[in-house]
Design a protein around this ligand. Structure first.
Ligand SMILES: Cc1ncc(COP(=O)(O)O)c(C=O)c1O
Length: 441
């Protein structure tokens, strides 16, 4: 990128501690964006890079939407902040109403947070609180799954099923048991929901027998595993989890931080796979990534139970963030709700999905490709590991950037999740660049 020696030296000493990044390597070999528009991001030297991961699954409507920028600008100039405890502003009520137009029927109470991680920890606390006020405070255990990603706050890390995200972080992670993941060898190169693996949901039944179903507060799953590399649920798997939860009074929580807002080709994974959870988390595309915001949608009965158990004029749920329902985030999300409605963005994702998936699955002939999975507007390509696990995936995402394509890699999985405004020629460009770079690895 044409950086001079003193510039590089300065960057290597830079105080910015980057999240989830190899800091030392990055600062020697920076890959930055300085501008973005629609389907593209731009490097400091003006190279156009197609955004094949919608930022980080956020930018469903494409980058730098003027409607959102204007809404945030106007909001900050009229009401920049309101304490969210004991005070409120009208847009928070309006946004909750707009959100429940998209959630499955019955999930009609919305709690605002600032990130996916916060939505997960909030959902855990809701589950504990709900059981406690019903006189079932023995329900303290949580169940999640291997390969799961539920953010990086301590609750979410306890739920996490990815070893590197947990191993350093101590004893605060106790009380969670992990079901097996569903990435079976017989499901390799299956497009959409695989046929094999529904019976893996019976791990939950085993935990109920072993630890007592009456001691389990909630089961957390991503309807399609996202960050690990697109793991769609086997047919019947989520239904089976739902049935076991119902039999034991356990709450089912879908972590829809990635799968929500159209990524699966329906409003949420819940609708895409026909299973309704009790609680649902969301973030990312809620504001098109333009403001940090997440939310938790809960069944009406959960809200009623918790609030009715509280003292008449007292706080019912001791939880919330200074920036919950921040006015600028609400303004961005409301502008995004208009875009979802006016541009039928979720229908558009559903319509583009077959072409997108076909283009990605066409890469199965490349010798380096060991598996491809995909559903809706998300897919992952696994490349054969290099010297160490993850080394080749890491190298791939760097070379792809240099070749003009941005995506997220996790280990040796390359995750493709473009904005829903992608046209066929954008999908062709993504597939073309991927093929060209994968052939060089
Ligand atoms: C399923 C899931 N849950 C939670 C999170 C955490 O979200 P955030 O990074 O906004 O805290 C993510 C992030 O990718 C996610 O994919």
């Amino acid at each position: 990128m044409g950086h001079s020696e003193p510039q590089l030296e300065q960057q290597a000493r830079d105080p910015f501690w980057m999240p989830f990044s190899p800091n030392r390597e990055f600062k020697q070999e920076p890959r930055l964006f300085v501008r973005a528009q629609g389907m593209y991001c731009y490097t400091p030297d003006g190279q156009e890079v197609i955004d094949a991961s919608a930022g980080l699954f956020c930018v469903a409507a494409g980058h730098c939407r003027p409607e959102i920028a204007q809404a945030v600008f106007d909001q900050l100039n009229s009401l920049d902040f309101v304490a969210p405890f004991l005070r409120a502003h009208p847009k928070s009520f309006e946004l909750a109403q707009r959100v429940i137009d998209y959630t499955p029927e019955g999930l009609s109470r919305v709690f605002f947070v600032n990130s996916g991680s916060e939505s997960v920890d909030t959902a855990m606390k809701m589950a504990l609180m709900y059981h406690r006020v019903r006189g079932e405070s023995q329900r303290q255990l949580f169940i999640s799954r291997e390969r799961a990603y539920h953010g990086v706050n301590m609750g979410g890390v306890a739920l996490a099923g990815m070893a590197n995200n947990r191993r350093a972080f101590g004893t605060g992670l106790a009380g969670v048991y992990h079901m097996r993941h569903t990435a079976l060898p017989e499901n390799r190169f299956v497009c959409g929901q695989p046929e094999h693996g529904a019976e893996l949901a019976d791990d939950l039944q085993r935990f109920c027998q072993l630890y007592g179903g009456e001691n389990i507060a909630a089961v957390f799953v991503e309807p399609t595993g996202g960050s690990f590399g697109c793991l769609p649920p086997p047919r019947g798997y989520l239904d089976r989890l739902r049935a076991i939860c119902d039999a034991h009074g356990i709450l089912l929580v879908f972590d829809e931080v990635i799968t929500g807002w159209g990524r699966m080709g329906a409003n949420f994974g819940a609708q895409a796979f026909g299973v309704t959870p009790d609680i649902m988390t969301m973030a990312k595309a809620l504001t098109n990534g333009a403001q940090p915001m997440g939310a938790v949608a809960a069944r009406q009965g959960i809200y009623d139970t918790i609030t009715e158990a509280g003292p008449e004029r007292g706080v019912e749920f001791f939880h919330g963030y200074t920036y919950s329902a921040h006015p600028a985030a609400c303004a961005a999300a409301l502008a995004m709700m208009d875009i979802f409605r006016d541009e039928k963005l979720i229908d558009r994702a559903a319509q583009m999905s077959p072409y997108f998936l076909e283009s990605i699955f066409a890469m199965k002939d490349l010798p380096i490709v060991t598996d491809i999975r995909g559903v809706g507007m998300m897919a992952a390509i696994d490349v054969a590991p290099g010297a160490t696990p993850g080394a080749r995936g890491h190298e791939a995402q760097k070379r792809l950037y240099d070749a003009g394509l941005n995506l997220k890699s996790t280990g040796d999985a390359l995750i493709i999740a473009p904005p829903f405004v992608a046209e066929r020629h954008h999908i062709d460009e993504i597939a073309g660049k991927l093929r060209a770079v994968l052939a060089t690895l």
